[in-house]
Ligand binder design. Structure first.
Ligand SMILES: NC(=O)c1ccc[n+]([C@@H]2O[C@H](COP(=O)([O-])OP(=O)(O)OC[C@H]3O[C@@H](n4cnc5c(N)ncnc54)[C@H](OP(=O)(O)O)[C@@H]3O)[C@@H](O)[C@H]2O)c1
Length: 241
């Protein structure tokens, strides 16, 4: 089984790589990295079934090289995990309008290009799964200052549903996982008091971990093709839609 994980060398992506490399014996895992080269090398040392490629989404050449490589990999599973940018940035009216375009170009266009190539492979073999990491911040009220982030993730969720409906007849699925707050590099700049408050308000009084999300990714990798077009929300029912 050939599995692609974008941003598979750090944060949640690293947890997914470790889980999948350990639990799926026949998997070859193709991870991309942008800044985390050292971590990518360590993962290749630890797991002989992991291969790493640099693909900075800001670099059009690297994105087109990796997209071409997807054809050679001929994947069975594609996991969209990479995200460039901030969770809490600023109030909507204070963000330069061009920033939304730049963020779209960095976060969504590479996903579109990679997915188009992967879907061509999937349709030929009449099997495939796309798993996209979205966010529980899309449930009900978005956090203040997160408009750029939730706009990108809403776009991703909409694409994910289109991939599901357009390709279901080819035995291809597309699902999202929408985690709540996790402590990773992505959230490290948040005020400690805010993080403590999130923890205190959490029904389980503890934060979700990347390892728990990685287990859920593994669940979707192994799930029957009848699970299609969903967003699996991991927020312990703290904010039911
Ligand atoms: N942390 C949370 O609370 C939370 C909650 C819900 C959803 N998520 C989602 O979970 C996913 C992983 O985030 P994380 O929490 O693990 O944060 P993270 O540690 O900051 O991970 C971000 C990932 O994106 C990659 N990336 C960053 N800039 C990139 C670029 N220019 N080109 C290509 N890849 C790039 C990074 O790769 P390098 O390290 O190699 O640069 C890294 O693997 C994201 O989609 C995020 O939106 C996070």
């Amino acid at each position: 089984m050939e599995i692609i994980i974008t941003g598979g060398a750090s944060g949640l992506g690293e947890a997914i790589t470790r889980k999948v490399a350990t639990d799926i014996a026949d998997a070859t895992i193709y991870i991309t990295y942008s800044k985390s080269e050292q971590n990518a090398l360590k993962l290749m040392d630890s797991y002989p079934n992991v291969r790493a490629t640099k693909c900075d989404f800001a670099n059009a050449g690297e994105v087109s090289d990796f997209t071409a490589k997807v054809k050679d990999i001929n994947p069975d599973i594609l996991i969209h995990n990479s995200y460039f940018g901030e969770f809490i940035k600023n109030h909507f009216h204070k963000i330069d309008a061009e920033d939304y375009l730049k963020s779209f170009e960095m976060n969504i266009l590479p996903i579109i290009k990679i997915s188009q190539q992967a879907l061509l492979c999937f349709r030929k073999k009449k099997f495939g799964k796309i798993i996209s990491i979205s966010t529980a911040a899309l449930i009900n009220k978005p956090p203040i200052g997160a408009s750029e982030y939730v706009a990108n993730k809403s776009y991703l969720e909409a694409l994910s549903k289109s991939w599901a409906t357009e390709n279901a007849g080819f035995n291809i699925t597309s699902n999202c996982i929408s985690p709540s707050f996790m402590e990773t590099a992505f959230t490290q700049n948040m005020d400690e008091r805010v993080v403590e408050e999130i923890k205190n308000k959490h029904p389980l009084k503890k934060l979700l971990t990347p390892e728990e999300v990685a287990e859920t990714v593994l669940f979707l990798i192994c799930a029957p093709q009848h699970i299609n077009g969903i967003s699996l929300v991991m927020n312990a029912a703290s904010d039911i839609r």
